[in-house]
Design a protein around this ligand. Structure first.
Ligand code: ATP
Length: 239
């Protein structure tokens, strides 16, 4: 992964323990502007824990995290746009109510962009969220998160509940359409679906980074897709 002085996100020797369980074990990484990074790993490898630490929802047991040079806190919330693993949207609100909430709450929110994406996905802004399917609610939440002009986007399983037909639009339009000086860190199990978009990948196993590489390097040196390399690495390590 590129090491530059204008690193957006830096983790230095970060560990996280829950009682006797070590969820993350001495993690160091850097993400430069303009990179889309896939955080990949088997169940329980520590992906969501890492994402929660970056968003300040958990505190590291040791080590340090810097986002544009600052520790996670109120200042970094203004520059990090976060899609959590589970939807947190209140059921009673209408989609347009959510638009107003994001407009009021985030100065970097582009409401016109959000409205255009809602229209492309045929989502009626006057619909109450409780009337939408689970997958559609996920789309709405992703649209809100990606319509901020943030420096860092952290997406925990962004397309898990979305049908394959909508996935392409979501990946190519919603997720890919972000500013050049921003970066995205996204966790997913749907590697084959997202790997065309990724610049770099991080393989996480048992709380440790076992691979950090550009996608190009994996393709050039291993002559295989990230998906097939992932299956090889993780099936071998489980034997
Ligand atoms: N609050 C907690 N208390 C105790 N253990 C936890 C807690 N949160 C996570 N863990 C443990 O930490 C490890 C990493 O969990 P985490 O949710 O980060 O994995 P993940 O890679 O996101 O998994 P998945 O792909 O299944 O979502 C797991 O062993 C999990 O049981």
């Amino acid at each position: 992964m590129t090491q530059t002085s204008d690193t957006l996100l830096r983790l230095q020797d970060v560990s996280k323990r829950f009682g006797k369980k070590t969820a993350l074990d001495h993690i160091s990484l850097e993400i430069a502007p303009g990179r889309m990074v896939g955080l990949l790993g088997s169940n329980g490898s520590g992906k969501s824990t890492l994402i929660k630490l970056i968003n300040g929802l958990l505190v590291p047991s040791s080590g340090q995290i810097f986002i544009c040079g600052q520790a996670p806190g109120p200042e970094t919330k203004a520059i990090v746009s976060y899609l959590p693993e589970r939807t947190y949207l209140p059921d009673t609100v209408r989609v347009k109510g959510l638009l107003s909430f994001f407009r009021d709450f985030y100065t970097d929110f582009d409401a016109a962009k959000a409205e255009e994406m809602l229209q492309k996905l045929d989502i009626d802004p006057s619909s109450p969220l409780k009337t939408l399917s689970k997958g559609t609610r996920e789309k709405v939440q992703l649209i809100m998160v990606m319509s901020r002009r943030a420096r860092v986007y952290i997406l925990d399983e962004p397309i898990a509940g979305v049908d394959p037909a909508a996935r392409d639009y979501i990946l190519k339009t919603i997720i890919q359409d972000y500013s050049e000086d921003a970066s995205i860190l996204l966790s997913t199990h749907l590697i084959a679906d997202v790997e065309q978009l990724l610049d770099d990948v991080i393989f996480l196993k048992d709380g440790q980074i076992i691979l950090s590489s550009s996608v190009e390097k994996i393709r050039d040196t291993r002559h295989q897709s990230v998906d097939s390399y992932f299956r090889e690495v993780f099936s071998c390590s489980q034997n």
